[in-house]
Design a binder for this molecule. Sequence first.
Ligand code: SF4
Length: 360
Amino acid sequence: MTRVPPLDRLGRPLGVLRLSLTARCNLACPYCLPDGVDPPGLLSSRQRLAVIEAAVALGAGSLRLTGGEPLLHGGLEELIAAAGPLRQRGLREIALTSNGVLLSAERARALRAAGLDRITLSLDGTTGASVGRMAGAGGADPGERARRGEVLLAKVLAAIEHARAAGFDPGRGALKLNAVIQRGANDDQLLPLAALARERGLELRLIEFMDVGNRNGWRPQAVLSAAEMVERIGRRWPLEPLGRGAHGTASRWCYRDGGGAGSGSGHLAVVASVSAPFCGDCNRLRVTADGIAYTCLFAAPGSGLDLRPWLQPEPDPGGLREALAGRWRQRHDRYSEERQERQPQTFHRPAHAEMAYLGG
Ligand code: SF4
């Protein structure tokens, strides 16, 4: 019986469980391109709770609920509430990553009441045209795309205020905004997004365009590096570096002027998987909506551990814990570091499991 939290082959602990609730999404962002359908054999809430319990028993202090789009999952609040008692056993926080389009005031209140601690929303532009483009909305017609984009933009801006009103305080890091920046697609939105986040007191988490999945046409030249993003924003609003926290994915800066009008974070963050990989202390386990455990965002399709033998017909807590511990001990993933070690011209992009399936 595993009593000591397992370390992987690079000495990394299991610290975060990213649990996907669905591979479906209501958007089709070009840097992700979800399947749009769920795999067969989705886990039940009871089976998902068993996975959370096992991960917490192995050292996971943070649970992040993801998708596709997790707000499409009807049992979300029920699962968050059911995971609450695990706070007595080491679970420190429950977080959610959502595109925000479906986040109504009522849903935000219900998530808060269920025990959700943090929400990260996504917005990749500040105009109808840019939001429409980066959400894959409205087909080929630019006019229709911009109109759909305006609607999506309004919904996400409203979702930010619904979350704030429900008690997700940006000043405590309980409400953040993700933005994927792709050179030539939306890098013109960098300063407008920073301005929007400053006005609303939100920590903006900029994400370098990554070679996730197999469909997004990734090229190294389309990556706007963290250094370039910070340099552009810092020319407008001077920044102080704060570094990257242990096991963190983002490096952070604070605005020298405190961050503008909104009484919130005053911080900027960048997830630099391509230009400054952070595999060295990566402590993230991903479990898909159909119960497959993956130990890296860039894992090969089919390389995950199918947990269902320990979840059906009834969850087997001990067997599940041992199976997960065994897989974790075998882990030696460091894809982003390996990508960086290889020269772009010799870099061969291996097949990856799709991001919307893995849960980002
Ligand atoms: S590439 Fe894999 S190992 Fe590296 S930080 Fe990302 S998920 Fe972790």
